[in-house]
Ligand binder design. Sequence first.
Ligand SMILES: C[S@@+](CC[C@H](N)C(=O)[O-])C[C@H]1O[C@@H](n2cnc3c(N)ncnc32)[C@H](O)[C@@H]1O
Length: 264
Amino acid sequence: MTDLPEHVAANREAWDRYAADYVESGRRDWARDAPTWGIWGVPEAELHLLPDDLEGLDTIELGCGTAYVSAWLGRRGARPVGIDNSPGQLESARRFQAEFGLEFPLHLGNAEATPFPDASFDLAISEYGACLWADPYAWIPEAARLLRPGGQLVFLTNGVILQLCLEERDADDPAKERLQRPLFGLHRTIWPDDTSVEFHLPHGEWIGLLRENGFEIDRLVEIQPPADALDSPRYSFVTVDWARKWPSEEAWVARIAADPAVRS
Ligand SMILES: C[S@@+](CC[C@H](N)C(=O)[O-])C[C@H]1O[C@@H](n2cnc3c(N)ncnc32)[C@H](O)[C@@H]1O
């Protein structure tokens, strides 16, 4: 028995199962000095998702997985903390901390309801973590609670249009060039033959939800593969050819209002 919400329990079981498949890529990303993002490995130098100066910032990675993003932040002077719902993924993260000699706190828990005090971080970040696998109507208010006035939220997830063009998340059935599913009602997705639960929202809903929780939106970055990108052997639900025409990934950069009066 567990008192976790049903989708959180399902995703814990699923990510403990997937964890072994992410060890090799996790180690590669821990070893990488310069951050690269998402399926296509777009360099941070092109996307500018991170603050220029991370020195002394308290950062929280929501759904940190193997925690390589937190490692990149830590090496740039931040004080990272990671939270993840999967003991298996955290085991990999701890192994990499020992291998690479970089320790920071890692917590097992649900990013929708964390144990941290109000206003304890300057940056909340999620790369295909809570932003894909937790309910936005729960994790966005939680991220707002955790951030200090002026604090930044950065998250990167599947492009909404990609969601609409997928019939199934199946290696043999990549995204189509026609819409396969409605935009209205987009929220919770369970793919056939899988038990994990994903969350996607229409852009209008993201904007409304972020603003209702006190965020100002700085940027929505629609990510394109670099010129030399090849089809990904792992994420075969989208081809590089498709991703050159439509955004397969999107990153949101938002900031909590610096004036607390605006938040209430
Ligand atoms: C694609 S992985 C991690 C992304 C990370 N950038 C990496 O690749 O190591 C997604 C992670 O989100 C975590 N996750 C899913 N639901 C979560 C939740 N409700 N709270 C915290 N973490 C969650 C999973 O356990 C998994 O480790």
